[in-house]
Design a protein around this ligand. Structure first.
Ligand SMILES: NC(=O)c1ccc[n+]([C@@H]2O[C@H](COP(=O)([O-])OP(=O)(O)OC[C@H]3O[C@@H](n4cnc5c(N)ncnc54)[C@H](OP(=O)(O)O)[C@@H]3O)[C@@H](O)[C@H]2O)c1
Length: 305
């Protein structure tokens, strides 16, 4: 198939493109340097080809408390990116199916994170802009289906983890931050200080599992939102202690800083729909997945045992 991927230079995009190429597809891989999607004409150079699929992964965000301090920029940039991609899809590539990324940040904290609640009430205040731009992306996809019959799939991941994450100083998703701090401390870096008391829970999905399921669902499911998680849901303290065990660092040396921002207390997706669509879906064991991340990070930093 001919496939165009936005966000191809990102964490998920890199893993997705590797798999799609291994499967023999012809890809156009776009990062912001290839096409700055905040510009209305950025996709014009790609008008000539007809694509079977468009994977729209591009988004402007970071983890931690980034959303708290960049609400305005996030609204402007993500609204522009999504509007231009949906507009180009409709005008130039209506035959293509669009596979786009939502976020669990769209769900309000007080409701179960199941697909029928995606547009209910408002996302948690600290993630309002990011969550609402993802809801608007979904609204755009659904609007194009309603009026023009275009086909889409919107996937909602729990936090993705795996090797080859960013090491460019950006705010990392919690699991990379834990690995970074604990591995650095193990090799002589500063003491580990974690945000909150460690009791907040988070669900992870290994990026390889996500990519496999994404490709499977892209082939089979039209015009739906699908939560894509692993049901591996543990406390930050559990993740920290497991990483300590894997790298040989004393967990008693970790300091929990209860004055810092921790976000939602518990965050996991309801996966009833996924189980019906993909009854055979199996995920990587979390300890093994964490070993992948640790091995990558130690290698990237040049740490030797
Ligand atoms: N990672 C997660 O756990 C997670 C969880 C929920 C949802 N998601 C969603 O999944 C998607 C992929 O996430 P990710 O973790 O792979 O993100 P990422 O690593 O931050 O990658 C973002 C991608 O978007 C591109 N981009 C940013 N601004 C752009 C612009 N103005 N024009 C064109 N491209 C632009 C980046 O290009 P450059 O490399 O050139 O900057 C990069 O390729 C996103 O839509 C995200 O919201 C991810």
């Amino acid at each position: 198939m001919k496939i165009l991927v936005t966000g191809a230079t990102g964490f998920l995009g890199t893993h997705l493109c590797k798999q799609l190429e291994a499967d023999g597809h012809a890809l156009v891989k776009l990062g912001s340097r290839d096409a700055d999607l905040t510009r209305a004409d950025s996709l014009t150079p790609f008008n000539g080809e007809k694509y079977d699929l468009i994977y729209h992964l591009a988004a402007w965000t970071q983890a931690g408390d980034f959303c708290l301090y960049h609400a305005g920029e996030q609204w402007l940039i993500n609204q522009l990116i999504n509007t231009h991609v949906v507009q180009w899809w409709h005008a130039q590539q209506p035959q293509a199916k669009m596979i786009a990324m939502g976020s669990s940040c769209c769900y309000p904290d007080h409701l179960e994170r199941r697909e029928e609640n995606f547009l209910r009430d408002t996302p948690t205040e600290t993630l309002l802009t990011y969550g609402m731009t993802k809801r608007m992306l979904y609204t755009g996809l659904e609007a194009m289906r309603m009026q023009y019959g275009h086909r889409y799939l919107l996937l909602i991941p729990s936090t993705l983890y795996g090797p080859d994450y960013h090491l460019d100083g950006r705010q990392m998703h919690f699991i990379f931050d834990l690995v970074r701090k604990i591995v650095d401390a193990r090799y002589g870096g500063p003491e580990v200080a974690l945000w909150g008391d460690g009791s907040q829970t988070r669900e992870l999905i290994h990026v390889t599992d996500f990519v496999n399921a994404m490709i499977y669902l892209a082939d089979r499911v039209d015009n739906q939102i699908v939560n894509l998680g692993s049901q591996e849901n543990y406390s930050i303290r559990w993740y920290a202690e497991t990483i300590c065990d894997l790298v040989g660092y004393d967990p008693a040396l970790i300091r929990y800083d209860t004055t810092r921002y921790v976000g939602t207390k518990d965050k996991f997706l309801v996966l009833d729909k996924l189980k019906k669509l993909m009854p055979t879906f199996r995920v990587t064991d979390v300890r093994e997945g964490l070993e992948d991340v640790i091995t990558w990070y130690k290698h990237a930093r040049g740490y030797k045992d």
